[in-house]
Design a protein around this ligand. Structure first.
Ligand SMILES: Nc1ncnc2c1ncn2[C@@H]1O[C@H](COP(=O)(O)OP(=O)(O)O)[C@@H](O)[C@H]1O
Ligand SMILES: [Mg+2]
Length: 417
């Protein structure tokens, strides 16, 4: 089936940018574009063609499983519902990796680069790197690139840019090394289905370089990022406290803005693991206290001990209300820049290459805030400060981390910082 006949059967009408991408028969295609351009949809439809004719094997790989799911879900939906192809077999591993074999023997797998050992061993015919700018160069070079060799497999890299990282090099290669490579770069507004009002809203509310990167699809080196060290591929890790661990909480208050609480502990090495979050706008102090206690009880049932809660020192009334609800707490150290600097130090890799702070994938708001927290543009003299508003779970984390460092019994490790 040619591309256009297939797309017609799927009811897929690629827009101009997607058409150009599909029309290229380069073996290595790099699609850089702003959010909502239609990268995932295009990548998925592009490789669906490969699955129909032949007994191929392909992988969608993302920095986490959740980030590879849109492409995988688009493909499965198309194959089964729109084309009525019977699945011979579906599989799911304990780590959540999933896949599907069609009756013609073609296989698709959805994988996370967080478990690189799962990425070894098999030869594949196509590989899509989803949200590739968040993958490490190492994961690509050591675990992924080699899979394509023996079957002359093809590669699709689909992502928004992220500063001047290794993806920009791949993009440049696509411009130079034709015809084997080909690169494409578009903005969100190249997708005619995205409403201009949405784009204008983003333009108004985001710092310029971030807008240019996330919507303009530009390699801006945006990155007034406050936590440039944070890489989901490195720092998002399923870590849960063992029995006997003492857990602390960091708490930031909000009513119309979200209330945020994060749970963390330091392991025997003094590495910090943030393993849960509670994030909610609009609740009362009593609602929050109840939810925190509920989670604490679940931890207590696993013999995990409850340590101190460190909360925003400026919010005295809220702290008292929370204490009355059964969550005693103490005022946290609130100096912003020293707190940020502590968290940044904790994010750095230690001698063994593993970072000093990891975040459980269930902490979706904290992860999102880590990614989107940026400095104001510098106007005049003076230190720029982070842009307010995208910082609730991050403030809670900062309080927890400062609380952890202030505790004498942790200082004895001498390893923390
Ligand atoms: N050619 C198209 N036809 C219809 N809808 C599209 C098309 N391209 C993208 N979309 C829709 O636009 C939205 C964003 O697409 P997606 O592929 O998830 O974007 P990205 O991965 O670039 O963020 C989705 O709702 C998708 O279904
Ligand atoms: Mg996408």
């Amino acid at each position: 089936m040619t591309g256009s006949v297939l797309f017609e059967r799927l009811g897929y009408e690629p827009h101009q940018g997607q058409l150009r991408f599909h029309a290229s028969d380069a073996r290595f295609k790099v699609l850089i574009a702003g959010a909502r351009f239609g990268k995932s949809l295009a990548a998925s439809h592009d490789v669906l063609r490969d699955m129909l004719g032949r007994e191929t094997r392909g992988w969608f790989v993302g920095p986490t499983l959740a980030l590879a799911r849109p492409e995988y879900d688009y493909l499965v939906l198309d194959a089964r519902r729109r084309l009525g192809l019977a699945a011979a077999r579906e599989f799911r591993s304990a780590q959540g990796h999933r896949g599907l074999t069609l009756v013609n023997g073609a296989e698709v797998h959805c994988l996370s680069a967080l478990q690189p050992q799962g990425l070894l061993g098999r030869e594949i015919d196509w590989l899509v790197l989803c949200e590739a700018a968040h993958l490490s160069r190492d994961a690509y070079e050591r675990f992924l690139r080699g899979r394509l060799v023996s079957r002359q497999g093809r590669l699709v890299v689909a992502t928004t840019p992220r500063g001047h990282n290794w993806i920009e090099e791949l993009y440049q290669r696509g411009l130079k090394a034709r015809p084997a490579w080909n690169s494409f770069r578009y903005a969100t507004w190249d997708n005619p289905r995205v409403l201009p009002a949405e784009i204008e809203e983003a333009r108004r509310t985001l710092p310029g370089p971030v807008f240019d990167e996330q919507f303009g699809g530009a390699f801006t080196g945006a990155s007034g990022r406050v936590y440039p060290e944070f890489e989901p591929a490195r720092h998002v890790l399923a870590c849960d406290p063992p029995a006997g661990a003492v857990c602390l909480r960091g708490i930031d208050f909000g009513f119309t803005r979200p209330f945020a609480c994060v749970w963390l502990y330091a392991d025997h090495d003094g590495r910090i693991c943030v393993f849960d979050e509670y994030y909610r706008a609009g609740g009362t102090a009593l609602d929050h206290a109840r939810e925190i206690l509920r989670r604490d009880e679940a931890l207590a049932a696993r013999d995990i001990l409850r340590g101190t809660s460190f909360a925003d020192p400026a919010a005295r009334a809220e702290r008292e209300a929370l204490a009355q609800g059964g969550v005693p707490n103490q005022p946290a150290e609130n100096a912003l820049l020293p707190g940020i600097s502590r968290v940044r130090q904790a994010l750095l890799p230690r001698a063994d290459g593993r970072p000093g702070l990891t975040v459980h994938p269930r902490c979706v708001n904290l992860i999102r805030e880590f990614e989107g927290y940026v400095y104001e543009e510098i106007r005049g003299a003076g230190e720029p400060l982070p842009v307010k508003g995208n910082d609730h779970a991050l403030d809670a984390l900062r309080y927890g981390v400062m609380g952890l460092c202030s505790r004498a019994d942790w200082r004895k490790f001498g390893l923390l910082w």
